[in-house]
Design a protein around this ligand. Structure first.
Ligand code: NAD
Length: 357
């Protein structure tokens, strides 16, 4: 079966980091005989400059036909003042919803070599390996009605609707349980069932789905406690599943436990495990074009792509181990540099990973 990827370099540091990630992809493609092909398309500011819109039809068509999408990052000051409906970020939201990418997977892994980069004590975070599964296409970010209305007394009132149907909860719960089976077989479902009916249903349905996975241990936690536990004792967690709003906040909190946003990949999957893979960080306009951006988050996104969309576990592991080796060699981009290690640029880091494969 041939496998095709659409590569969207995007803006800012996007082309620099994606360039290195594609070198790694090419190397494992050859090493493991994966038969993967890829093409470049435009998204975000680069697409606005070329076509006047952040998600041109040609990009969306190519992404629909492809088996997976690899993205750098979009956005930058150049496009911050244009009309809101055609800003770069709109292209990103649209491609996620057009491809129905409802399951957002954000691992927070702390490489032992980088334990001192975290703001928490090394003994609390060393060896951390959490996977946050966030529902991405429902909940309060999409619920209707929404808006700002004027009340009879003339005061304005803002409102949003947090809404989840049983089927939306069920499908994301299945994703979490299936992933837990490949890991340490523990799922924590995060809700606020003591206050919000929508999450009372969330808790009920995840419990129901959990019965289909008797080998996976399910527990529940209120979101306020989960936020606290994440900084108190994060290693107690394996897979955390939650809705769009709580997931947005908790995944950023978990990311910061690792201390280095330049290291964190992510995946957004549809029902058939087609996915879009991207680093958790943005386009970093402050360092774009300087050759110093950390390409490892994007390189690790390639590993996730191979694992989840192409079932190529050996190739995925090979990339992750190669990243471990370059860290062992002491190579660091400036964002993860500490005294006694060797500072390298984007290209040097990418090439070191290829050499270590
Ligand atoms: P950012 O993640 O781009 O940058 C935050 C800080 O982290 C900056 O100091 C940056 O230099 C640093 N950083 C980020 N990635 C790095 C890397 N790989 N190596 C080294 N350092 C890195 O967030 P921001 O500054 O809030 O946003 C910049 C632009 O990116 C905005 O236009 C924003 O809308 C966009 N953005 C895009 C995405 C996306 O495409 N998924 C996500 C977040 C932000």
């Amino acid at each position: 079966m041939s496998k095709h990827i659409v590569v969207l370099a995007g803006d800012g540091i996007g082309p620099e980091i994606v360039g290195e990630a594609v070198k790694v992809l090419a190397a494992v493609n050859e090493k493991f005989g994966l038969g993967i092909t890829w093409e470049n398309q435009l998204l975000g500011g680069a697409a606005i400059d070329a076509h006047g819109v952040p998600l041109p039809d040609v990009t969306l068509d190519a992404a629909r036909k492809a088996d997976a999408v690899l993205l750098g990052a979009v956005g930058g000051p150049k496009w911050d003042t244009i009309e809101r409906s055609i800003r770069p970020e709109r292209g990103l939201l649209k491609i996620r919803s057009e491809l129905n990418l409802f399951a957002n997977l954000r691992p927070a892994i702390l490489y032992p070599q980088l334990a001192s980069a975290s703001s928490l004590k090394p003994e609390i975070v060393a060896g951390l390996d959490i996977l946050i599964v966030r529902e991405l296409t429902g909940g309060i970010y999409f619920g209707q009605p929404r808006g700002v209305r004027t009340l009879e007394n003339g005061e304005r009132q803002g409102f949003n609707t947090d809404v989840y149907s049983e089927s939306e909860i069920r499908r994301i719960a299945h994703v979490a349980f299936q992933l837990a089976r490949q890991r340490n077989k523990k799922v924590l479902s995060v809700d606020k069932a003591n206050v919000l009916e929508v999450t009372e249903l969330w808790k009920e349905i995840t419990t129901e789905v959990g019965k289909e996975y008797p080998d996976v241990q399910l527990s529940h936690m209120y979101v306020d406690n989960a936020a606290m536990q994440l900084v108190r004792a994060p290693k107690q967690f394996d897979v955390i599943v939650t809705g769009n709003l709580f997931g947005d906040i908790l995944s950023d909190e978990a990311a910061m436990l690792t201390g280095s946003i330049g290291m964190l990949p992510s995946a957004s999957l549809d029902q058939n495990k087609k996915g879009m893979y991207e680093p958790c960080h943005g386009s970093a306009p402050d360092i774009a074009g300087k050759g110093v951006a950390n390409p490892l988050a994007t390189i690790l996104s390639v590993a996730m792509l191979l694992r989840y969309s192409f079932n190529a576990e050996a190739a995925a592991k090979c990339i992750e181990e190669a990243v471990g080796k370059v860290l062992d060699q002491g190579l660091r981009t400036p964002d993860i540099y500490t005294e006694g290690t060797k500072k390298v640029g984007t290209k040097e880091m990418g090439e070191a990973v290829v050499a270590a494969l």
